[in-house]
Design a binder for this molecule. Structure first.
Ligand SMILES: Nc1ncnc2c1ncn2[C@@H]1O[C@H](COP(=O)(O)OP(=O)(O)O)[C@@H](O)[C@H]1O
Ligand SMILES: [Mg+2]
Length: 258
């Protein structure tokens, strides 16, 4: 499997706070990762760096073999220009805890608009893709509903469809069910599993839903204090975690783990 993402010795500070500490990470094309770990361990920061919403202080990140935060000028790496960042952003889509749909647009229009504005596709093309994606997320009968007419779970499914409409090769999901009432969590997680099994999209998913992580992921990464403490197949991590910090974290989620 070819790597689509590589972090090489990446460090990130907020002021004097070291948030990522020499992080090394390779993600294969099409791989489905679940990122777990305590609050404040740096999970969101990793996704935000990939989304080019945060810079890095040292190290190198490549996406599809090209440096993300740098570009080559006369064979030397220099900080990336805005034009370079814009090009790289097209490879990656992100869905956040808060769905942030446009309130004055229908569900279908919410999915159409970014395609027309950013990707410059025709209205017809955007509409057809939006309709197909509404089917994919199980909302074929809600196309003309406005966000306030939809439940939180349905709004989040529209937000996922909107991100997919840009054809990203990599999708980042940051605790996409954390703002939802418990009874709405499963419908959103089902959509993530469907994307995982029916597309070759590379997926990095931060989640506190351990049963979901176990079913969904090819690989689990346990983070603490800006470092990967332990990683591996779901089966191993969830039944026999090796590191005391992983065990300590998982104890509150998994009964029978001592
Ligand atoms: N914009 C920011 N300014 C200062 N500190 C931040 C900022 N964003 C995150 N942090 C800090 O960075 C650390 C990692 O945060 P984050 O990546 O959000 O962790 P996680 O998603 O694992 O909960 C935390 O200590 C957090 O308080
Ligand atoms: Mg977070």
């Amino acid at each position: 499997m070819k790597n689509i993402i590589e972090f090489k010795d990446v460090s990130k500070y907020f002021g004097s706070l070291k948030v990522l500490d020499g992080l090394n990470l390779e993600v294969g094309a099409g791989e489905k990762l679940a990122l777990i770990g305590p609050s404040g361990s740096g999970k969101t920061t990793i996704l935000r760096i990939l989304m080019t919403l945060e810079t890095i202080e040292s190290g190198l990140i490549t996406v599809e073999g090209k440096p993300l935060w740098h570009e080559k000028v006369n064979e030397t790496l220099v900080p990336a220009s805005e034009a370079h960042l814009q090009k790289m952003r097209q490879i990656i889509g992100m869905v956040f805890q808060q769905f942030n749909l446009f309130p004055h647009l229908t569900a279908l229009s919410n999915i159409e608009q970014p395609q027309i504005l950013v990707r410059k596709v025709t209205k017809e093309e955007a509409r057809e893709k939006a309709a197909n994606l509404m089917d994919l997320v199980g909302l074929e009968d809600k196309k003309d509903h406005y966000p306030h007419q939809l439940s939180g779970g349905q709004q989040q499914r529209v937000a996922i469809a909107r991100a997919l409409a840009m054809d990203p090769k990599i999708m980042l999901f940051d605790e996409v069910t954390s703002a939802l009432d418990p009874e709405l969590v499963d419908e959103v997680l089902s959509v993530l599993k469907k994307i995982a099994t029916t597309t070759d999209t590379t997926m990095l998913t931060v989640t506190h839903e351990m049963n979901f992580a176990r079913e969904f992921a090819d690989r689990i990464l346990f983070f603490d204090k800006g470092q990967i403490v332990e990683q591996g197949l779901p089966e191993g991590i969830f039944t026999n975690p090796k590191e005391p910090r992983t065990r300590g974290f998982l104890k509150k989620y998994i009964t029978g783990l001592t």
